[in-house]
Design a binder for this molecule. Structure first.
Ligand code: GAL
Length: 906
C-alpha cells in the first residue's frame, strides 16, 4: 500500500500538507455544441478585418508540378491607410518568442468592434447551427470547372464567422480563463464581448488565447471567431473552419502553464528508467505564490486514464512563483522494470502518465496530466533506427490531414480506421505531411504503436502557391515552430522533427541553410532529445542545407528523379540515384526516404498495354487515360519524378544502410490530383479516398509483413471485350515462387529474382473463368489466391467495420457496399447508382466511392459505385441507445440491409 500520495511523497520532508484533495481547480470544457456559423463579412467590413494586406494573385498555381522550384515571395505590406488587424494578433505569439525585445506590444483599442457580427447583442439566430469539429467546405458543391484541382475543387476560401455564448458563472471571478483551439483553418481572429482577444494565422497549429481580461463572470459572454482562408494558399485541400476541437480551460491563477510539462527519459534499461519531469508553473495573479509540486506516475490505460496505484511519486516543496511570472521545477523519478513503449508489431506501446498537482495554502490548485512513454531511440548511419535497442526498418507512409469524405474535421474513429488499415498492411510509421496533425492523431499513434515524423512547414520564405504560409513565415515561424514542439514533445510516437518539406531554400545556398540553422536551433532548445530533419528533393550532398539537420530525409532522390529519356534537355529536376553520395558525405547521419514512389493508380481500373518495365511515368498508352482521368491499377506507373513501389524496394535493398521509407501516400487525399487536375482527389494513395485498398496494398503487405502467408492477383477477371487478347496477370505474395492456373491449366511457375517483388505472367490470353494462384515459400505451399469472372450485377452486399458504436455524436461505422452477381461474386466494373438510408436515430454523414473524378457532394446519400464498390459513413445520434438499420437500394438489383447498435456511453 502506498497510501496518501502527498504524505508518501513528503515522507521525511517534515512537511505538513493538506491531505484532502478538494474540488479540482482545472476545468476543460469541450465547446463542441452551441455554435452559429455564417459565411461572408457584413457588407463593407472586409477591409477592416483583414489580418494583413495580401499580394495580388496574378496567376493560379493550380496544376504546377509538385516539385517545381518555389518562387521568391512577393512583398505586400500594409500602408498607413490600411486598417489591418495584424498588430493586435501578433502579441498572441509572445509566449513563444524567446527574445523579449522581439515580443509584440499590443496597440490600444479594439478594431473590428464596430462590425455587427462581433457585437454581443447581434442576433445570430438566423445563422446555421453547427457542432465542432466543423469543416464548412467539405459539403461542396465541387467546382467542376476552373483551376481548382490542386485544392480539391472545393471552395475553402473567404471569410466565415462562428459565434457562441459562453456562460461564465460569477464563481469564476478570479480564475484564469483560456480559449484553447486545437486548430482553426485559418487566420483566426477572436473577440470576446466585443473586445479583440487575439488570433493565430497558421491553420495547422493549436493555440491558446487568454480570455481573462475580457471575460465578464456572472453571465453570458459572447465569443466570436472570424476565419479567413486565402485562395491559392495550398497545394492540397486545406479544409476550412473550426475543424478541430475548441476548449474553454479554467484554472486557478496559479496553474501549470500551457503545454507546461516536459517529460524525458534520460536513462532507460530493463531494470530501471529515469524519468525527468519539468513543470512550468504560471502565476497570473498579482501576488507571489508558494506551492508544493507533486508528480505521480501511473501506467496509462487504453482508455487514456491512469491505472491503479502510482508507480512512483516526487515532491518539490515550497516553489516560489513570482506574481505575473513563472516558476520552473524539475524532478527526477525512477521506475523499476519499466514497461517500454515501442512500435508494433514487434514491440508493445506501453504508456505512462505523469499526474502533476500543485498544492497551495488552501488546497490543490491544479491537476495536470502528461501522457508519455519510456523508450530509447538510436539513429545509426549504417544500421538505421533502433528503438529500445532493436532495429526497426521504417515502413512508413505519408498522410495528409483530411479524412476523405469527412474532410478536415477531425474524427477520432475515422483517423483510427485509417491507421488500422495501414497497420494491417504492415506500416509502422507515419510522416505528418506537411503540417502538425490534430493532437488526437498523436494520441492514437502513441496508443497504437506507430512511429511519427512530425512536420511543421511546406514553405519558409519562398512560396509554392501565391498565398501560402510564406506570407507569415517571417513573423510567425518561431511561434509556430515552438508551439508544435511544446505541444507534441511528450508523445513517445514522435521520433523526429521535420522543419520543412521541399522548401525553396534548397535553392538559395547559404541563405537557405541559415534559415534551416535557425529552425534547427529552436528545435534543439525546445527538445534536445530528438533529431531534426528536412525533406530534400533538390538539395544535394554538397550543398549547405543538409549539413544543418541531423537526419538526411530524401524525397525521391534515392531512386533517382526523372531518369526517363523524355526529360533530357528539360528544365525539370533530373537526378541520378543519390543514396551513396549522401552516405559518403555524411557518414555519421542516418538517411531515410521521406517520400518515395508517388505511384499512381485508380482502384480497380486496368489499362492496356501494360509496360514491361518495373516502373514508368504515366502517359496515355503508358498507364494513363487523360479522357477518363484514370490511371491503371497494374501499379507500375508514377508521377514524372517518382517510381513504382517495386523500383523503390530495389533501391532500398541495394542500400541497406537507408533507414526505410515513407511512401507518398498511404491514403488518397483531397486535392493535388496529379496527373489530372480536372479531378478532385489524388491518385497516389495505396488506399483510395474511401478507404478501399488498391492492388498496391498487397504489394506493400507482401514486403512489410513477410511472415503473413498472403497472395493477391490482379487484374479482375471479367473482360468480355478482351476474349483472345493478351491480358497480363501479376501476383503479389510474401512467398518466393508461385504457379498460375487459368481454368485449371498451368500457365507456369515464376520465382522472384533479385530485385523483383512481383510475379508476372505478361502473356496470358484472356478467356472467362477462374484464375488461381498457388504460392510457395522455401519450396512449401504458402498461400493461395483466386479471381473469377463475374456474371451480371444482381445484388448488393453490405459490410460494416463495426456493428456496435457509441452514441456520442462522434463515433462512426464505415459501411462497404459491394455489387455482386447472383452467385455472390463481386462485379468489378459495376457503376450502379446506390441509395443509402438509415432507419433509427442515426445519420449517413457522407458517402464516397474512391473515384477521383466523382463530383457528387460527399453528404449525398445517393452515390454511384466505382469499380463495384461504395462507402457509407454512419453516425449514431448522441444519447440514443438504439438499433439502426442501414439499407442500400439500386434499380434492378436486390437491396441489402445491415444492422448497427448504438450505445449511450455517457
Ligand atoms: C512531392 C511533395 C508532396 C507531393 C508529392 C506529389 O514533391 O513533397 O507534397 O506534392 O510531391 O507527388
Amino acid at each position: 500500500m502506498l497510501g496518501n500520495p502527498w504524505r508518501r511523497a513528503a515522507a521525511g520532508l517534515a512537511l505538513s500538507l493538506v491531505a484532502a484533495l478538494p474540488a479540482l481547480a482545472r476545468e476543460r470544457i469541450d465547446l463542441a455544441t452551441g455554435w452559429r456559423f455564417q459565411r461572408g463579412d457584413p457588407p463593407g467590413a472586409t477591409a477592416q478585418l483583414m489580418y494583413d494586406v495580401r499580394p495580388e494573385v496574378k496567376a493560379s498555381a493550380d496544376g504546377k508540378v509538385a516539385d517545381a522550384r518555389p518562387d521568391e515571395a512577393v512583398k505586400a505590406s500594409a500602408g498607413a491607410q490600411d486598417r489591418v488587424l495584424k498588430p493586435w494578433v501578433l502579441p498572441s505569439a509572445n509566449p513563444f518568442i524567446k527574445d523579449p525585445a522581439k515580443r509584440h506590444r499590443r496597440p490600444e483599442g479594439h478594431p473590428g468592434s464596430e462590425v455587427d457580427f462581433e457585437r454581443p447583442g447581434f442576433d445570430d439566430s438566423g445563422w446555421q447551427a453547427v457542432t465542432l469539429p466543423h469543416d464548412w467546405a467539405i459539403a461542396g458543391p465541387f467546382l467542376e470547372t476552373g483551376p481548382y484541382g490542386g485544392m480539391g475543387r472545393l471552395q475553402t476560401w473567404g471569410p466565415v464567422w462562428y459565434r457562441r455564448a459562453l456562460d461564465i458563472p460569477a464563481a469564476d471571478k478570479g480564475r484564469s480563463l483560456f480559449l484553447d483551439v486545437d486548430g482553426a483553418m485559418s487566420y483566426a481572429t477572436v473577440w470576446l464581448n466585443g473586445k479583440l482577444v487575439g488570433g493565430w494565422p497558421y491553420g495547422y497549429n493549436s493555440f491558446r488565447l487568454d480570455l481573462t481580461p475580457w471575460a465578464q463572470p456572472g453571465g453570458t459572454n459572447q465569443l466570436v471567431i472570424r476565419l479567413d482562408n486565402p485562395p491559392e494558399s495550398a497545394r492540397w485541400y486545406p479544409g476550412a473552419g473550426l475543424y478541430r476541437k475548441v476548449w474553454l480551460t479554467k484554472t486557478a491563477p496559479v496553474h501549470v502553464a500551457h503545454w507546461g510539462t516536459t517529460v524525458t527519459t534520460p536513462q532507460v534499461s530493463a531494470q530501471q528508467a529515469t524519468v525527468a519531469v519539468e513543470v512550468r508553473v504560471d502565476n497570473d495573479g498579482g501576488k507571489a505564490a508558494r506551492v508544493d509540486v507533486l508528480t505521480e506516475i501511473f501506467a496509462l490505460g487504453d482508455d487514456g486514464k491512469p491505472m491503479g496505484e502510482a508507480v512512483v511519486a516526487a515532491l518539490k516543496p515550497q516553489v516560489d512563483v513570482p506574481a505575473q511570472g513563472q516558476g520552473v521545477v524539475t524532478m527526477s523519478l525512477r521506475i523499476a522494470k519499466p514497461r517500454l513503449w515501442g512500435p508494433k508489431p514487434h514491440q508493445q506501446p506501453h504508456r505512462y502518465v505523469a499526474v502533476t498537482r500543485l498544492q497551495g495554502k488552501g488546497g490543490v490548485l491544479d491537476r495536470y496530466e502528461t501522457p508519455f512513454g519510456i523508450r530509447t531511440l538510436r539513429f545509426d548511419a549504417n544500421t538505421g533506427l533502433h528503438v529500445n535497442g532493436q532495429p526497426v526498418k521504417l515502413q512508413g507512409v505519408n498522410q495528409h490531414h483530411d479524412l476523405g469524405a469527412l474532410g478536415a474535421a477531425f474524427n477520432v474513429r475515422a483517423a483510427e480506421r485509417q491507421l488500422e488499415i495501414l497497420q494491417a498492411m504492415g506500416a509502422n510509421a507515419i510522416r505528418m505531411s506537411h503540417n502538425p496533425p490534430d493532437p488526437g492523431l498523436l494520441a492514437l499513434t502513441d496508443r497504437m504503436g506507430l512511429l511519427v515524423v512530425d512536420e511543421i512547414f511546406d514553405s519558409w520564405e519562398r512560396k509554392k502557391t501565391p498565398l501560402d504560409f510564406h506570407l507569415i513565415f517571417p513573423d510567425w515561424y518561431e511561434a509556430d515552430l515552438r508551439a508544435m514542439l511544446r505541444r507534441d514533445r511528450n508523445h513517445p510516437s514522435v521520433i523526429m522533427w521535420s522543419i520543412g518539406n521541399e522548401v525553396g531554400e534548397q535553392y538559395t545556398d547559404k541563405a537557405g541553410a541559415a534559415v534551416a540553422r535557425r529552425l534547427h536551433e529552436i528545435t534543439r532548445e525546445e527538445d534536445p532529445t530528438r533529431p531534426t530533419t528536412t525533406a530534400m528533393n533538390f538539395a544535394k550532398s554538397d550543398m549547405p542545407l543538409p549539413a544543418e539537420v541531423d537526419v538526411i530525409s530524401l524525397n525521391y532522390q534515392g531512386e533517382g528523379i526523372r531518369q526517363d529519356p523524355e526529360f533530357i534537355g528539360t528544365d525539370r529536376i533530373r537526378t541520378p540515384p543519390q543514396y551513396p553520395n549522401f552516405h559518403a558525405k555524411f557518414p555519421g547521419k542516418l538517411i531515410l526516404s521521406s517520400e518515395t514512389a508517388s505511384a499512381l493508380s485508380s482502384r480497380g481500373v486496368y489499362l492496356f498495354p501494360v509496360t514491361p518495365a518495373n516502373s514508368s511515368i504515366t502517359r496515355d498508352g503508358r498507364g494513363g487515360d487523360s479522357k477518363a482521368l484514370q490511371v491503371s491499377g497494374y501499379e507500375l506507373y508514377a508521377v514524372d519524378f517518382g517510381s513504382s513501389a517495386d523500383k523503390v524496394f530495389a533501391a532500398l535493398d541495394a542500400h541497406p544502410y537507408v533507414a526505410g521509407e515513407f511512401v507518398w501516400t498511404g491514403f488518397d487525399y483531397l486535392g493535388e490530383p496529379t496527373p489530372y487536375y480536372a479531378a478532385r482527389s489524388s491518385y497516389s494513395g495505396i488506399v483510395d479516398l474511401a478507404g478501399f485498398p488498391k492492388d498496391r496494398y498487397w504489394l506493400y503487405q507482401s514486403r512489410w509483413r513477410p511472415d503473413l502467408p498472403m497472395a493477391h492477383l490482379l487484374p479482375h477477371w471479367t473482360w468480355p471485350e478482351r476474349v483472345g487478347q493478351v491480358t497480363p496477370v501479376h501476383a503479389f505474395t510474401s512467398g518466393d515462387e508461385a504457379e498460375l492456373f487459368l481454368n485449371g491449366r498451368s500457365l507456369g511457375k515464376r520465382k522472384k529474382g533479385p530485385g523483383e517483388y512481383r510475379l508476372r505472367w505478361d502473356d496470358v490470353v484472356y478467356e472467362p473463368g477462374e484464375l488461381k494462384l498457388q504460392a510457395w515459400r522455401d519450396g512449401k505451399p504458402w498461400a493461395t489466391a483466386s479471381v473469377a469472372t463475374a456474371g451480371a450485377a444482381a445484388r448488393l452486399e453490405l459490410k460494416s467495420d463495426r456493428a456496435d458504436i457509441a452514441a456520442d455524436g462522434s463515433d462512426l461505422s464505415f459501411i462497404t457496399l459491394t455489387i455482386t452477381d447472383a452467385a455472390g461474386r463481386p462485379v468489378p466494373r459495376a457503376e450502379t447508382r446506390i441509395r443509402f438510408s438509415v432507419a433509427g436515430p442515426g445519420d449517413i454523414v457522407a458517402t464516397d466511392n474512391g473515384d477521383a473524378t466523382s463530383f457528387e457532394p460527399f453528404p449525398s446519400p445517393s452515390r454511384k459505385a466505382f469499380s463495384g464498390q461504395a462507402l457509407a459513413i454512419v453516425r449514431g445520434r448522441a444519447g440514443a441507445s438504439a438499433k439502426l438499420v442501414v439499407r442500400a437500394e439500386a434499380d434492378g438489383l436486390a437491396p441489402a440491409e445491415i444492422t448497427l447498435y448504438t450505445k449511450d456511453t455517457r
